[in-house]
Write a protein that binds this ligand. Structure first.
Ligand code: FES
Ligand code: FES
Length: 169
C-alpha cells in the first residue's frame, strides 16, 4: 500500500509517496539522498540512525515514515549554521570523539537530544533524586548515551565532548 506524506528534512520540505512499510531511515537515505543518518544494525540496537524528529531524538530504523507525516527531521548535518558548527559538533572535534565517524552523526544527534531532555528535567535510569534538576555526571552521560554504540571505541572522547557540551568540562 502506498501513502502520500510530507516531511521536512534539515529545513527542506519533501512531498513524496511511500510504501507504508518504509522506515524514516530508508526514506531519508534511499529516496531523499540524505546520508547523514547511518544504517548500522537496522534493529534499534546501535543508535547510528538517530536524528531529531520533531525535536526529540529518535531511531529512524524503527520509525515508519507514514507515522511521521508532517514531521520535522534534523540530522547531524542540519545542526550546523552554514560553515559554523553546532557547539556539540565542535566539542566532538575538539575532544577527538570520533575515529571512523560512522557512529558520529547518531552520537551528535543523541547528545543534542539528551541535553535537551536533561534540561527539561527528564530523569534517566541512574538518576537518584527524581525531584532535583538533572545533574549530568559522567554516570548520567554514559547512561543517557548508552543507546549509541561506537565500534571504534571512541567513548572517552565522546564522553569528554558531551561533558563539555553540558557545561561540566
Ligand atoms: S541502525 Fe537504527 S539503531 Fe542501528
Ligand atoms: S567512530 Fe567509528 S564507530 Fe564510532
Amino acid at each position: 500500500m502506498q501513502s502520500d506524506i510530507t516531511i521536512t528534512v534539515d529545513g527542506t520540505e519533501h512531498h513524496t509517496t511511500v510504501d507504508t512499510r518504509t522506515t524514516v531511515l530508508d526514506l531519508l537515505r534511499e529516496r531523499l539522498g540524505v546520508t547523514s543518518p547511518k544504517k548500522g544494525c537496522d534493529h534499534g540496537q546501535c543508535g547510528s540512525c538517530t536524528v531529531l524528529l520533531d525535536g526529540r531524538r529518535h531511531l529512524t530504523c524503527l520509525a515508519l515514515a507514514v507515522a511521521h507525516d508532517g514531521a520535522e527531521v534534523t540530522t547531524a548535518a542540519g545542526l550546523s549554521e552554514g560553515e559554523e558548527l553546532h557547539p556539540v559538533q565542535q566539542a566532538f572535534l575538539d575532544h577527538d570523539g570520533l575515529q571512523c565517524g560512522y557512529c558520529t552523526p547518531g552520537q551528535v544527534c543523541s547528545a543534542v537530544g539528551m541535553l535537551d531532555e536533561a534540561k527539561q528535567g527528564h530523569p534517566s535510569h541512574v538518576t537518584e533524586d527524581l525531584e532535583a534538576e538533572a545533574d549530568l555526571t559522567d554516570d548520567e552521560i554514559r547512561e543517557r548515551m548508552s543507546g549509541n554504540l561506537c565500534r571504534c571505541g571512541a567513548y572517552a572522547g565522546i564522553l569528554a565532548a558531551v561533558r563539555e557540551s553540558a557545561g561540566r568540562a
